[in-house]
Design a protein around this ligand. Structure first.
Ligand SMILES: [Zn+2]
Length: 393
């Protein structure tokens, strides 16, 4: 994503801004030549040379010949972000699993590990201790300094300090996760809701690149949403916006752990999907995905078995689209694993029943292509953002 270059700013500010914008572009969109940078940013070649030289002097980028030559003549050098120049640690805490990865500048994963959790019985202290130990293991494998960390959590998170107010499926309440990890890791730590980070991942490295209004809706044990409006994360008071799963869609429906009845989550979360498919609620995630893959090969059966489920998914999305007016809705986790015919029904329902979808020229409903890594990637990008700003200075 290119950022506009400010005209008329003081030379130091303009240089810092240009370096930041070019570094962010290289980090998110990958290597390119100086000529491409000049065109994209509307700057002359000598200004781009000064920007690239400045970034190269601090080791953030280097220039090298492309691995594949195209055409005759001397190939242009590519400006390449150096992965080792800035490493961030990303952690995705889920109800049944914790995954961690080290990301280099440019977004490459340089090391990763994960472990399982027993749902509902993972104490904050045990998880924090293991995250801190695992961070040391990951960093020591690379012998490179890590500069910041991002953490994804399925819960309601206070943006200012990463306090987890409620993570109901983990049974965590008022856990100072940001503070404790920051003290233990000795680096800035950004903690955010998993769906908010999923939205960031889709915007920066997923199917919503270049889109300014996006809603990411992920169905796992719970259902959450992340909202990007006019290119920026919508957060609401305290940063708590996005509890789409607790939108009441069926007043006479099942009781939800939040205290309401008939929340969207009770109709489209993992438990509802298992009920729709006649599977035991305790079924493993691998088996559930295998069942969905099998259904994908048999559209009539898929539509018959998922008819009610798809109806509730579509109904909730119509509300979401009417309320938030996204250009694109990205479906993550279990929703992304639904058979194509089921997804088509949902997309059609949104198109036909949402007045906002009709007004904006049809909201697209697409599945995430980032799979289980969406939260990790979002956590990494949340950690990278201030690093990119300061690295360019
Ligand atoms: Zn609820």
């Amino acid at each position: 994503m290119s950022s506009t270059i400010t005209e008329g700013a003081r030379p130091d500010d303009a240089r810092r801004h240009n370096r930041g914008a070019v570094l962010r572009r290289l980090h998110l969109d990958g290597p390119c030549t100086r000529a491409v940078l000049a065109t994209e940013f509307g700057l002359n070649r000598s200004t781009i040379k000064a920007v690239v030289d400045g970034l190269a002097d601090t080791g953030l980028v280097s220039e090298r010949l492309p691995s594949r030559r195209s055409g005759a003549g001397r190939p242009s050098l590519l400006v390449v972000p150096n992965p080792q120049a800035a490493l961030v640690l990303a952690t995705d805490i889920r109800v049944d699993r914790v995954a961690m990865a080290l990301f280099g500048l440019g977004g490459e994963i340089l090391g990763r590990l994960s472990w399982r959790l027993r749902p509902g019985s993972a104490s904050p202290r045990d998880v924090i201790t293991r995250v801190l130990e695992s961070a040391v293991v990951l960093a020591s494998e690379l012998s490179l300094p890590v500069v910041a960390a991002g953490v994804s959590i399925p819960g309601v998170v206070r943006q200012s300090d990463g306090l987890v107010r409620e993570a109901p499926h983990l049974r965590w309440v008022d856990v100072p996760l940001g503070e404790q990890l920051s003290a233990g890791l000795q680096m800035p730590v950004t903690v955010a809701n998993d769906a908010e980070l999923g939205a960031l991942a889709e915007l920066t490295r997923g199917v919503a690149r270049g889109v300014s209004d996006v809603v990411f809706v992920a169905g796992d044990i719970g259902v959450g949403g992340g909202v990007i409006s006019s290119g920026k994360a919508m957060r609401g008071a305290g940063g708590y916006l996005g509890e789409l799963g607790h939108m009441v869609v069926r007043p006479d429906g099942l009781e939800c752990h939040c205290g309401c009845q008939g929340c969207w989550e009770t109709e489209v979360g993992a438990a509802a999907l298992c009920r729709a498919l006649g599977l035991p609620l305790a079924i493993g995630r691998g088996e559930l995905h295998a069942e969905l893959r099998e259904l994908a090969d048999d559209p009539p059966t898929a539509l018959a078995r998922l008819s009610d489920y798809v109806g509730w998914l579509g109904l909730g999305l119509v509300n979401v689209v009417n309320l938030l007016a996204p250009q694109v809705v990205v479906l993550g986790d279990l929703f992304a694993a639904l058979p194509e015919p089921a997804l088509q029904v949902v997309a059609t329902r949104v198109r036909e029943r949402s007045v906002v979808s009709r007004a904006v020229g049809h909201t697209l409903v697409v599945r995430s292509a980032l799979g289980r890594d969406a939260h990790l990637i979002g956590a990494a990008e949340a950690a990278f953002s201030p690093v990119l700003d300061s690295a360019a200075g």
